[in-house]
Ligand binder design. Structure first.
Ligand SMILES: [Zn+2]
Length: 244
């Protein structure tokens, strides 16, 4: 009996450690309280380089061209309760930035957008999350505006189980079609936009949005049940650079 109780206690402890303290987008677990929910989330409140931001007062510079090597991916898609997340199985897709290779781990969606471009909020935003060999994080963000239906999102929706934590596998999904034609982007330093809000993340936000149909935007909103965008964070003197 005691042995079982101890076993159960260990199980519960380890699973809560793995999952982290619960957080959300509404009420006492909402973004304004993330920094108080756990010592590990403190930087959500005290950090000076937090994301998302309003992209404004842009400096133009000669930035290296981003080389995007996205192709067909195998992976799975899940509604994890915070977002719809697509994970790649073999991290074979990558972006070369300043001679460093950043491998794609996963991408996920926010509605409405988290970052703003000159105070404009978009109906949705996609974050492609990458890491280099040393574990440095780089996010490529794509904005969505309302327009034509997006074929990649259609394919994803056909595989997605709306039910939370029911992942479904897929093969040979061409994600390059999620990218805009023009590859101009804004770069700045920021953080994860969800707890633990870790800083030192390189952000590259594409200037040109791609489109989603009204029905696709509605489906995101239906699956999420509520908005999943963290409010805009102060810039605190950070520079936002755009490629010329
Ligand atoms: Zn995100």
């Amino acid at each position: 009996m005691i042995k079982n109780a101890i076993f159960l206690a260990i199980l519960t402890t380890s699973s809560s450690v793995l999952a982290g303290v619960h957080w959300g987008y509404e009420g006492p677990e909402g973004p304004e309280n993330w920094g108080k929910l756990s010592a590990e989330y403190q930087i959500c409140q005290t950090g000076k380089n937090q994301s998302p931001i309003n992209i404004n007062h842009i400096q133009h510079a000669k930035l290296d061209k981003m080389e995007i090597h996205y192709d067909q991916i195998d992976g799975n898609i899940v509604n994890n309760g915070h977002t719809i997340q697509v994970s790649e199985n073999d991290n074979s897709d990558y972006i070369v930035l300043d001679d460093e290779k950043y491998f794609l781990n996963q991408f996920h969606f926010h509605t409405p957008s988290e970052n703003q471009i000159e105070r404009k909020t978009f109906p949705a935003e996609c974050h492609f999350v990458h890491t280099d060999k040393s574990g440095n994080l780089m996010v490529l963000a794509i904005m969505f505006e309302e327009g034509d239906s997006n074929p990649v999102v259609d394919k994803l929706f056909s595989i997605l189980d709306d039910e939370e934590n029911h992942p479904n596998n897929f093969a040979h999904l061409d994600i390059s079609a999620l990218l805009p034609v023009q590859k101009h982007y804004y770069r700045f330093s920021g953080s994860l936009t969800t707890p633990p809000c870790s800083e030192g993340v390189i952000w590259n936000v594409m200037a040109q949005p791609v489109t989603l149909s009204k029905a696709q935007i509605d489906r995101f909103e239906k699956v999420f049940k509520h908005h999943n965008n963290r409010p805009i964070q102060p810039l605190n003197g950070r520079l936002i650079v755009a490629d010329e």
